[in-house]
Write a new protein. Structure first.
Length: 302
């Protein structure tokens, strides 16, 4: 099976194996990206099988698969339930979401996702949305920026970073990656590449409301899947992984001890198929270093 250089799908074999694909089943790939996972699912589907794919990204849409079994929904997966209903897929056999930014997005400098290129500070997965990373840097309060870098990027000196941005933005445009990098250069701590990656991650999560969208996807997954249907989610950082783990385990985003006032246990929606997250094999790590932080969790709807 060939996959283009557009985006190497991570944990491909593990995803297909854990979804236990039925040839006549209905499956949803909530993050089409380069289409690698979708193609692998289609290979297992017979003529009666169906695949609904979501991706809000224009480049992903241009890369769509010409196959009558596939329906492409050019929307954020947070609208999962609405479009699953529209396309009569409310009793799906499996749902997959790979929460990594596609390599293609990272490798297209103009999109502003990567610190390796210069380009506008954009980072919108869906270019139809109004707010860019530059808007956030220009308009958020110091407190809001501090919270953002601390929570979403785990940036060591997030308070100093927020303060510096607010001081400097009065006089300097923060439109491009190069401008931003040179302005914050004096306060970068530790390994610059890692530091900038954490800062960019925080901005990207905020621009695209990634954690809000993930919560929406998870809460709707139990409505969209039929009993016995599989939910497979690949995460790339601890914030996402915690939400997925807690939701699969207890139907809630917090663990019981995080919320001492909650006396009712939500009903169990899923049973875990993977007790521990599945991670990339040595072979895959060699072929695709980006798979290093990928974690796959799979659960079955009760």
């Amino acid at each position: 099976m060939e996959t283009s250089g557009y985006h190497l799908p991570v944990l491909l074999h593990e995803v297909v194996e854990n979804l236990q694909i039925r040839p006549d089943g209905t499956y949803i790939d909530a993050t089409f990206g380069g289409g690698g996972h979708s193609r692998a699912i289609l290979e297992q589907l017979g003529p009666q099988g169906r695949l609904i794919v979501f991706d809000q990204d224009e480049d992903a849409y241009r890369n769509r698969i010409p196959d009558e079994r596939v329906v492409f929904v050019r929307e954020n997966f947070r609208h999962l339930q609405r479009f699953a209903k529209l396309h009569k897929a409310l009793d799906a056999d499996g749902l997959l979401a790979d929460l990594g930014v596609s390599s293609h997005q990272f490798d297209t400098g103009a999109r502003g996702f990567s610190t390796r290129f210069d380009g506008n500070l954009d980072m919108r997965m869906d270019t139809r949305n109004a707010t860019t990373a530059a808007d956030i840097l220009q308009t958020y309060s110091e407190q809001h920026l501090h919270q953002l870098f601390q929570d979403y990027g785990e940036v060591t000196n997030s308070r100093t970073l927020a303060k510096t941005i607010v001081q400097l933005r009065k006089a300097h445009p923060l439109r491009t990656i190069a401008e931003f990098k040179s302005l914050i250069q004096p306060i970068v701590k530790g390994n610059p590449a890692k530091y900038l990656a954490q800062v960019f991650q925080a901005l990207r999560i905020e621009v695209n409301d990634e954690l809000g969208a993930l919560k929406d996807l998870l809460t709707q997954s139990s409505t969209v899947l039929k009993p016995g249907g599989k939910l497979a989610i690949i995460t790339f950082h601890s914030l996402e992984d915690r939400l997925v783990k807690n939701y699969m385990k207890g139907g809630s985003f917090e663990t019981a001890d995080e919320n001492p006032y909650s006396f009712e246990t939500p009903p169990k929606l899923f049973k875990l198929i993977t007790k521990k997250p599945v991670t990339a094999s040595e072979k895959e790590l060699r072929a695709n270093p980006r798979s290093r932080s990928a974690k796959l969790r799979v659960a079955e709807k009760i």
